[in-house]
Design a protein around this ligand. Structure first.
Ligand code: GCU
Length: 328
């Protein structure tokens, strides 16, 4: 426990440490980061900017080499690469972190946040910081959190109410909560890796999926599932994850540079997000998509058992109350 607290304080104390060092105290190092998003995605653009900032702050001694687009696999694979020391950083959504720390499933609870301010307060604030540190014993921790709007269903046939989802095969990120979410709506959940969803939709293996607007468009899912129903059931952040093995090897000066650049990348990404959603919606319309306004009431109603399950577990219930309190 003491050790964890120490790592945590090093991470959060970074801005202070940062101002008190010179770039010439920093070692030469190249860190490798792999993720599964398209290079047009704002998270990639923020990571790219972070790479520039790291290079600049270290006078070119530190580099961040990015492998985008899933070339090293999805988060399941890249998190494993982090654990065995073959990769230094990756990006994973809260759902993809769930197998390593069950509290991340709180983000799969529908309609949890009052608004984006509430969401940001949680992911950037003390609750989020504690969550990011909580996987140190698994070999990695979170360095930055990124907003990712809200996730809605999209499909080959229009969804207006949960009734329309009866028997529908819907792709989910494989977690117990997301599987149950689809079941409660009457659908059949299909856990499929992000990179395989396009083909699954195209071949009719699944009828629909769920995601935010940028991912709906950048993956071209819009071409094969033209109805986007704006039920906005969840807000699931993305995380920049670093292996503890790589992190512990760095000097305090190098850590401070990375922490500063990571924080700046959070702000930059959040600044780009709304614009990106607008652009994605315009692109989707151009590609023939139809946006459907839905009454969220019946979705919310059908999904309340997820909260009952969550509250039945004391540890999870406590995370949930803290998040709810942050919104008051
Ligand atoms: C979003 C998120 C990704 C995630 C993907 C998914 O696009 O940004 O991190 O991998 O959803 O549904 O798998």
């Amino acid at each position: 426990m003491k050790l964890k607290l120490l790592t945590h304080s090093l991470l959060v104390a970074a801005p202070f440490v940062f101002s008190s060092f010179a770039a010439n105290a920093v070692e030469k190092v190249t860190l490798k980061l792999a993720h599964n998003l398209d290079t047009s995605h704002v998270v990639h653009r923020a990571l790219d900017k972070m790479a520039d900032e790291i290079k600049e702050l270290s006078d070119g001694k530190m580099r961040l080499r990015i492998y985008p687009g899933g070339q090293m696999g999805g988060p399941r694979e890249t998190l494993e690469l982090l654990q065995n020391g073959a990769l230094d950083m990756t990006k994973a959504s809260a759902s993809e972190m769930e197998p390593f720390a069950s509290y991340y499933s709180v983000f799969s609870l529908p309609y949890l946040f009052n608004d984006q301010d509430h969401f940001k307060k949680v992911i950037y604030g003390p609750i989020g910081k504690e969550m990011m540190q909580g996987t140190a014993d698994k070999g990695f921790v979170g360095l930055a959190a990124y907003v990712a709007g809200t996730r809605s269903f999209y499909s080959k046939t229009p969804i207006h109410t949960p009734e329309d989802m009866k028997g529908m095969k819907v792709r989910v990120v494989a977690t117990p909560t997301t599987v149950k979410l689809i079941e409660l709506l009457g659908g059949a959940p299909a856990p499929i890796p992000f990179g395989e969803v396009y083909t699954a939709l195209q071949q009719g293996v699944i009828d629909g999926a769920e995601n935010n607007e940028p991912s709906y468009v950048q993956t071209r899912h819009v071409e094969v599932a033209k109805y986007y129903s704006e039920d906005q059931h969840t807000a699931v952040p993305d995380y920049l994850i670093v292996s503890t093995q790589a992190w512990n090897k760095l000097s305090d000066e190098a850590k401070a540079i990375i922490n500063k650049a990571a924080r700046d990348s959070e702000l930059y990404e959040a600044q780009l997000w709304d614009e990106q959603v607008k652009k994605s919606r315009a692109d989707a319309l151009e590609a023939g998509a139809e946006f459907i306004q839905v009454d969220k009431g019946p979705f919310r109603q059908a999904l309340t058992p997820l909260y009952d399950d969550f509250r039945a577990d004391a540890a999870k219930a406590s995370w949930l109350s803290r998040i709810e309190e942050a919104g008051q």
